[in-house]
Design a protein around this ligand. Structure first.
Ligand SMILES: NC(=O)c1ccc[n+]([C@@H]2O[C@H](COP(=O)([O-])OP(=O)(O)OC[C@H]3O[C@@H](n4cnc5c(N)ncnc54)[C@H](OP(=O)(O)O)[C@@H]3O)[C@@H](O)[C@H]2O)c1
Length: 261
């Protein structure tokens, strides 16, 4: 579905970023993986190349406007275009998780706003290139915290809600220029390190084991199971493709019924 497309992925060494990069490449895209630790993105790109895909890795801080811009310039220099921008950034949350809002330090509360800043920067810098081609897809990933009150996550929920608002705002401005802006809102995918990390602080208060916690989350979905990374990445491929030309200004609910639309 993505033959001939050029995709740039931010946070590409992470659980979601690497799965999406691989799925994009498997579907024919040339993928440019970026992350703030070069060795990790190099490894993810090598995996894709080893299975016959086109992948390049670069160290890019996705909170640094100049670094993002220079990287996009180098992508254009190499392959002439950028068709898909996917922001899969994940910020360190160890200090935030498990702290009630009434106690969280104001500076810590603001840390997840890095998500909004990074999405804003990567989206607008890609859009400036896409406008010339009158086509492109800007994408990101949020979480059900954007629409549901969940405890002990500080400013994470408000930041995810802001990203979804940004998707709508960018779409309103960019869709007239042929650029679609869409998001994915998955629930927890237990294969990812993030989810295990996020569980630890809550284990203390809930008294549940990792297996019990997964079962509890799964029981809230309609099929009584949690989504896999591959399922999420398949949806990302569709949304990035021209088959989804009718979709823009929306974040797709991938919670399998845990969250009503
Ligand atoms: N995993 C899930 O099931 C799930 C479900 C719903 C929503 N989400 C959300 O989806 C996003 C990604 O999740 P994930 O599980 O893929 O997280 P992850 O595995 O922690 O991946 C995030 C990646 O972002 C990189 N990164 C952090 N700061 C960066 C920066 N300034 N510049 C460039 N790269 C940077 C990290 O690099 P380092 O590790 O080297 O710092 C890491 O490779 C997060 O917002 C998460 O909350 C995840």
């Amino acid at each position: 579905m993505l033959n001939g497309k050029v995709a740039v992925i931010y946070g590409a060494a992470g659980g979601i970023g690497s799965a999406v990069a691989r799925a994009f490449a498997d579907d024919g895209a040339r993928v440019f993986l970026t992350g703030h630790h070069g060795a990790a993105v190099e490894a993810a790109a090598k995996d894709i190349v080893a299975s016959g895909g086109f992948a390049k890795a670069a160290e890019v801080d996705a909170l640094n406007e100049q670094a993002i811009d220079e990287h996009l310039r180098s992508v254009i220099d190499q392959v002439g275009r950028v068709d898909i921008s996917f922001n899969a950034l994940g910020l360190p949350d160890a200090k935030i998780l498990g702290v009630p809002l009434v106690e969280v330090d104001a500076e810590l509360f603001a840390v997840p706003w890095g998500y909004v800043k990074s999405y804003f920067l990567t989206a607008r810098l890609a859009a400036r290139r896409m406008v010339a081609n009158k086509s492109g897809v800007i994408m990101t990933v949020t979480a059900l915290h954007s629409r549901m009150g969940l405890p002990m996550v500080g400013g994470y929920g408000p930041a995810q809600a802001a990203k979804e608002a940004l998707t709508r705002s960018f779409s309103a401005e960019l869709a007239p220029h042929g650029i679609r802006v869409v998001g994915l809102r998955p629930q927890a995918m237990p294969e990812t390190a993030t989810i295990k990390r996020a569980y630890e602080p809550r284990a203390k208060t809930s008294g549940m084991t990792w297996e019990q916690w997964q079962a509890m989350l799964a029981s809230r979905t309609h099929p009584r199971r949690l989504m896999t990374l591959a399922e999420m990445a398949n949806v990302a491929v569709f949304m990035a493709s021209d088959k989804a030309s009718g979709m823009t200004g929306t974040t797709v609910n991938l919670t399998m019924g845990a969250l009503d639309d």
